[in-house]
Design a protein around this ligand. Structure first.
Ligand code: FEO
Length: 170
């Protein structure tokens, strides 16, 4: 049986993961509105990643005999000044999520809930990838600057991204 404090914290984090999904879906709409369909595709795949993150927590709470509770999802922003600004936001957002996961790890440890502590290690690893993929595109956008051809080349590259459900071993 899961402790109430842990159940509440995981339900809250699942909500933040659903918010991440909403945020990236809003970014997909932004990119597609400025005809950058490849960027839009990258964001749509990111939406699937975030839904996966949220559902893994939802399933975990249930598996531990707790009650998965769905909380209101905050409305995300709808406009960004440029692709660069959207990716600055993405990178900052992922850094924030890493901080939230670290807080959960601390809580699981102080509550001596080692099953939750183990489950969270998957997210610790996942956040390394989340930050690195956002930062890689952000750095490319900085290099691109005002070069429209280079931007279109990156758009074509991002159009190739497909969702591969992560293999869950923990
Ligand atoms: Fe669920 Fe992008 O971290």
């Amino acid at each position: 049986m899961i402790k109430e404090s842990i159940e509440e914290a995981i339900n809250t984090q699942a909500n933040r993961e659903f918010y991440s999904s909403y945020l990236y879906l809003s970014m997909a709409a932004y990119f597609e509105s400025i005809n950058l369909k490849g960027f839009g595709n990258w964001m749509r795949v990111q939406v699937q990643e975030e839904n996966f993150h949220a559902m893994k927590m939802f399933d975990y709470v249930i598996a531990r005999g707790g009650r998965a509770k769905l909380l209101p999802i905050e409305a995300p922003p709808t406009e960004w000044d440029s692709p660069l600004k959207a990716f600055e936001h993405t990178y900052e957002h992922e850094q924030k999520v890493t901080g939230l996961i670290s807080n959960l790890v601390k809580l699981a440890s102080s509550e001596e809930d080692y099953a939750t502590y183990n489950m969270l290690q998957w997210y610790v690893k996942e956040q390394v990838e989340e930050e690195s993929s956002a930062s890689e595109i952000l750095e490319k956008l900085k290099m691109i600057g005002e070069d429209k051809n280079a931007l279109l080349m990156l758009d074509r590259e991002l159009a190739q991204r497909v969702f591969n459900p992560p293999v869950v071993t923990e």
